[in-house]
Write a protein that binds this ligand. Structure first.
Ligand SMILES: [Zn+2]
Length: 290
């Protein structure tokens, strides 16, 4: 019996150019898939048109090629997948695992945790606006390859959370889960800023009868005083940087010890032989960008 083939993915939102933070996720997910003899897929998460920056999807894809990361297979655009998201929402409503909610932002408590107001039905005289997943009693703990055992539960993070928004758009959490299943993704490697989304995504996978992939959340860059680095670092595009320099920086950030002054090809040859996920730090403090 053949083991399940490893499939990893990189899934940027086209809300700007590839920056150092997203480059780190691209490099980490690429190497983790390739070192296992697997495939690396690319998905553009373009389901929130108001947040999109025109042309950035194409620039991200071009940048990845320029940096030496070529996806195995065609790029999946979430904007082409709305029917699948609709079907998933319907399936959850039909099973009684999701329910319509009439609440607006002003009905939410300060904690941001939805108290379950509409779980037993939309209050009389109110109209359904969104759809929420019922997470009551769900245990969606997981063990992350870098961050360890994570016991966060959606009940303590968000409560029953929105899967279909009042503005008609599908929620990020839903689209990610439906597409990871559709693309056969077996490992999710991404930044630890998404760590607290993971238990919600696992609850959704369980409700939809999907397989849960392995998770590996890479360190997020922090300044030496422990604060998340400023906007400049987060958004500074890598488009103008020398590709070998940019990839080398990402590898160093991930705890690897790449040789200096290698060409891009030689650097990738080195990385594909020497990538060691045990060296990736849980957290990463670096000096603030000058
Ligand atoms: Zn409600």
């Amino acid at each position: 019996m053949n083991p399940t083939p490893v499939i990893g993915r990189f899934a940027p939102s086209p809300t700007g150019d590839l920056h150092f933070g997203s480059l780190v996720s691209a490099v980490g997910s690429y190497l983790e898939a390739k070192i296992a003899g697997g495939q690396w897929l690319l998905r553009i998460e373009d389901i929130d048109p108001p947040r999109e920056v025109a042309g950035s999807a194409t620039r991200i894809i071009n940048d990845l090629y320029r940096l030496g990361m070529v996806p195995d297979g065609p790029v999946l655009y979430q904007s082409s997948r709305l029917g699948a998201y609709q079907d998933a929402v319907k399936q959850l409503l039909d099973k009684g695992l999701a329910y319509p909610c009439a609440c607006s932002r002003k009905d939410m408590p300060e904690s941001g945790i939805y108290p379950g107001t509409c779980r037993g039905g939309v209050p009389r005289g109110k109209k359904p606006r969104s759809v929420r997943l019922n997470v009551a009693g769900d245990n969606c703990e997981f063990t992350d390859k870098i961050q360890g055992h994570v016991t966060d539960s959606p009940a303590g993070i968000s409560g029953d959370f929105i899967i279909h928004r009042a503005d008609g758009l599908f929620a990020y959490q839903l689209a990610v889960v439906v597409d990871d299943e559709f693309q056969g993704v077996t490992q999710v490697v991404r930044g630890a800023d998404l760590l607290d989304s993971t238990s919600r995504q696992i609850c959704l996978q369980k409700a939809l009868g999907y397989t849960t992939p392995d998770y590996m959340h890479l360190p997020v860059a922090l300044s030496t005083d422990g604060k998340k680095l400023g906007k400049r670092f987060q958004t500074d595009p890598v488009i103008h940087q020398d590709p070998a320099h940019a990839v080398g920086q990402a590898l160093s950030f991930l705890g690897q010890h790449p040789p200096l002054r290698y060409s891009l090809d030689a650097l990738w040859d080195w990385a594909l032989k020497n990538w060691n996920s045990d060296l990736v730090p849980r957290r990463r403090a670096i000096l603030p960008a000058q």
